[in-house]
Design a protein around this ligand. Structure first.
Ligand code: NAD
Ligand code: UFG
Length: 338
C-alpha cells in the first residue's frame, strides 16, 4: 500500500516508518522539521534499507499536499504532524488550533480532492481528562483539561463527521497513552529540542549528565507512593498499532477510536527505579510541588484494540527503559552528534 506519513521525521513517526516498511508498504513523508531533523530519515532509510519519498513542507499547505497526492497517490494517510507541548498550548492556543485542527482539515480536503478515503490519526489519552473511573475505556466521557487536548478532541470530531459523510471513508483514531523507549538499533529515539517536558527523556538526560537531577512534580497524589501514575507504552509497540490500524481501516468504513496503551501503570518513582536498573547508576531527584494540569493517574483499557485491531503491547517496562538508555547513551546529544 502507498502510505503518506505526515510528521514522519518525528519521534513516533520515524518508528512507524520502520514498521510500515517492514510490512512491505511504500512510504512518503511530509514534515516541516519544526520538531525534527532530516538526519532522522537518513537513519531510517539505512535501517530499513529502503526508499522514502520525502517532502519538506507544512501540512496546512494545500499546494504541497496536492503535489504529493499527484506524485505518490497514497492509498492511506497516517497523520502525526502536529504540536504536542501541553504547557505551550496554553500560551499559544491559536497556533495549536491552527496546526492541529487546521492541519487536519487541510489534509482531509486534499485527500478528498485526490479520492483518498483512509486515515489513521494520532490522538491522545488527554482527550479524556479527569477520570470518572480507571482504566479509561473508549466510552469514557471526553473533557480535556488543556488547549492541546481540546485540539485533539476537535480533530477527532472533524474526522468523525468526515467519515460519516461517505461510506467509502475510514478514520481510525488512536488515543496514545505515554510513549517511551526507542528502536532496538539505538539509531533513532526521542530527541526533545529543548528542556524535556516529559518524564522519560528528562531521566535519560540526567543519566548522561546533561541535567543535574530529575524534579519530581508532586508526592501527595492519591497513589501508592504519592507520585503520578501513567500507562507507559514502548514506541515500537505503538508504531505497530499503526500497521494494525491500516489493515483495519482497509476492511472497516466509518470512524473508530482505540486506546493504545498496555493496561498497566507505573509511578514516577517506579520509572526512576526501572531506569536505574537499566543504566546502572543512581538518578538524583528533587521534590517539587504538583505540576499545573497534571492528574494523579491514567491507565488504558486496551481491550478494544486487542479484539478489533488484533494488536497488543509486547514490551515490558525494562524493555522501555533499556532501549531508552541504549539510544541516549549512544547519542548523548540526540541527532546533533550526527
Ligand atoms: P514529534 O514532535 O516528534 O513529531 C511531530 C512531527 O510533526 C515532527 O517531525 C514535526 O517536525 C512535524 N510537524 C509539526 N508541525 C508540522 C506542520 N505544521 N507541518 C508538517 N509537519 C509538522 O511528536 P511525536 O511524539 O512523534 O507525536 C506525533 C503525534 O502524536 C502528534 O500529533 C502528537 O500530538 C501525538 N501524540 C504524542 C504523544 C507523546 O507523548 N509523544 C502522546 C499522544 C499523542
Ligand atoms: N513528571 C515529573 N517530572 C518531570 C516530568 C514529568 O515528575 O520532569 C511526572 C508528571 O508529573 C507525571 C508523569 O511524570 O506524573 C508523566 O509526565 P509526562 O510529562 O511524561 O506525561 P503526561 O502524562 O503529562 O503527558 C504525556 C504527553 C501528552 C500526552 C499524554 C498522553 O506529554 O502529550 O502523555 O497520556 F497526551
Amino acid at each position: 500500500m502507498h502510505v503518506l506519513v505526515t510528521g514522519g521525521a518525528g519521534y513516533i513517526g520515524s518508528h512507524t516508518l520502520i514498521e510500515l516498511m517492514a510490512e512491505g508498504h511504500d512510504v512518503c513523508v511530509l514534515d516541516n522539521y519544526a520538531n525534527a531533523t532530516p538526519e532522522v530519515l537518513t537513519r531510517v532509510r539505512t535501517l530499513s534499507n529502503g526508499q522514502i519519498a520525502d517532502y519538506r513542507g507544512d501540512v496546512r499547505d494545500a499546494a504541497i499536499l496536492d503535489q504529493i497526492m499527484q506524485d505518490f497517490a497514497p492509498d492511506a494517510v497516517v497523520h502525526f504532524a502536529g504540536l504536542k507541548a501541553v504547557s505551550e498550548s496554553q500560551q499559544k492556543p491559536l497556533t495549536y488550533y491552527d496546526v492541529n485542527v487546521g492541519g487536519t482539515l487541510a489534509l482531509l480536503h486534499a485527500m478528498d480532492r485526490a479520492g483518498c478515503g483512509r486515515i489513521i490519526f494520532s490522538s491522545s489519552a488527554t482527550v479524556y481528562g479527569e477520570p470518572d473511573y480507571l482504566p479509561y475505556d473508549e466510552a469514557h466521557p471526553t473533557r480535556p483539561a488543556s488547549v492541546y487536548g481540546r485540539t485533539k478532541l476537535m480533530a477527532e470530531q472533524v474526522l468523525t463527521d468526515w467519515a460519516g459523510a461517505d461510506p467509502g471513508r475510514s478514520a481510525v483514531i488512536l488515543r496514545y497513552f505515554n510513549p517511551v523507549g526507542a528502536h532496538g538499533s539505538a539509531r533513532i529515539g526521542e530527541d526533545p529540542q529543548d528542556i524535556p517536558n516529559n518524564l522519560m527523556p528528562y531521566i535519560a538526560q540526567v543519566a548522561v549528565g546533561r541535567r543535574p537531577a530529575l524534579t519530581i512534580f508532586g508526592d501527595d497524589y492519591d497513589t501508592p507512593d504519592g507520585t503520578g501514575q501513567r500507562d507507559y507504552i514502548h514506541v515500537v509497540d505503538l508504531a505497530r498499532a499503526h500497521v494494525a490500524a491500516l489493515d483495519y481501516a482497509g476492511r472497516t468504513p466509518g470512524v473508530r477510536p482505540f486506546n493504545i496503551g498496555t493496561g498497566q501503570s507505573y509511578s514516577v518513582i517506579d520509572m526512576v527505579r526501572a531506569f536505574e536498573r537499566a543504566c546502572g547508576q543512581t538518578i538524583p531527584t528533587r521534590q517539587a510541588p504538583r505540576r499545573a494540569g497534571d492528574i494523579a493517574a491514567m491507565q488504558a483499557d486496551p481491550a478494544r484494540a486487542q479484539a478489533e485491531l488484533g494488536w497488543r503491547a509486547q514490551h515490558d517496562l525494562d524493555a522501555m527503559t533499556a532501549s531508552t538508555w541504549a539510544w541516549q547513551s549512544a547519542n548523548p546529544h540526540g541527532y546533533d552528534a550526527g
